[in-house]
Design a protein around this ligand. Sequence first.
Ligand code: FES
Length: 115
Amino acid sequence: MTGEVLCRLADLDATGAKEIVLERNGARLPVFVAKGESRIFGYVNSCPHARLPLNWREDAFFDVSRTYLFCANHGAHFALDTGLCLRGPCKGQSLTPFSIHVIGDVVIEGESNAQ
Ligand code: FES
């Protein structure tokens, strides 16, 4: 199933990531997309430690090395490709993946219909 357009690839240039707040069944669903070397990843913006948003600043989801996803609340570091917490108070727990795909220069919610 293909969902709505989340952002353009160019929106990831400044910080490597972009937060998007969706509405699902009348409730807010904050998600973010983050750019790796060869892929874009999507996660729900909720830290498994205390269920807070990871970012304190707009679109700031990476640590200073820009290698790991980072929770600004208590410093958890997550693997970009799996969402697994590698360091911090929720070590061993994972971010909730949010399915995305890229068509051209846009990031779209959901799985690609292309085979
Ligand atoms: S809420 Fe993310 S590390 Fe505590």
